[in-house]
Design a protein around this ligand. Structure first.
Ligand code: APR
Length: 184
């Protein structure tokens, strides 16, 4: 089913269905919370499968550069641990309704900042989950428009990152994304 899903931007962007932790890409993006110390959803899966090294590096980030936690919209990078991916890029999405005036901008920043760090680390392929659309309650149609615009805007200025995968856990989420995406 996932192979039949369309691609965008000269096939640099692929929409797929499944568990993001199984993807063999250079970097997987984690939908974290500001503590960086784990949680449920994608966060839980990445720590469970990726193992304690990821947690250890997140803890080190909390003890050094981000003692008060990672602010919403920002991103940091750690090892991929036992995952096939070399790196995990942790970003904190907005909690829907918490800051209505800035939530769209903050969600876009999650994608943009994750791609910026990926470029800094010479990442060639990166997989994103649908940030903030689970526990953080962001409406999927609005998130689709925001994430696709942010990814499109970044990729038009970058020619290093060869592949961006958007991995949806549920087929219905992929369908909503395809209906509301603004790649084209
Ligand atoms: N692979 C791909 N997508 C997944 C996976 C997975 N293994 N697990 C969940 N998802 C999907 C969810 O269905 C949802 O569409 O990822 C999207 C994001 O959901 P969450 O993981 O709940 O992330 P978010 O909404 O950003 O909330 C973050 O939840 O897990 C906690 O610690 C995390 O506090 C943070 C909050």
């Amino acid at each position: 089913m996932s192979d039949a899903l369309p691609t965008f931007l000269d096939e640099r962007v692929r929409v797929l269905i499944g568990d993001i932790t199984t993807h063999d890409v250079t970097a997987i993006v984690n939908a974290a919370n500001s503590t960086l110390l784990g949680g449920g959803g994608v966060d839980g899966a990445i720590h469970r499968i990726g193992g304690p090294q990821i947690y250890a590096e997140c803890k080190q980030i909390r003890e050094t550069t981000h003692p008060n936690g990672l602010p919403t919209g920002e991103a940091v990078i750690t090892t991929g641990g036992n995952l096939a991916a070399q790196y995990v890029i942790h970003t904190v999405g907005p909690i829907y309704g918490r800051n209505p005036a800035r939530e769209a901008e903050l969600l876009a920043a999650c994608y943009d900042n994750s791609l910026r760090i990926a470029r800094q680390y010479a990442v060639l392929s990166i997989a994103f989950p649908s940030i903030s659309t689970g526990a953080f309650g962001y409406p999927k149609p609005a998130a689709a428009a925001i994430s696709s615009r942010a990814i499109r805007d970044f990729l038009t200025t970058d020619n290093q990152i060869r592949e961006v995968r958007l991995v949806f856990f549920h087929p219905s989420d992929a369908r909503v994304f395809l209906e509301y995406q603004e790649f084209e």
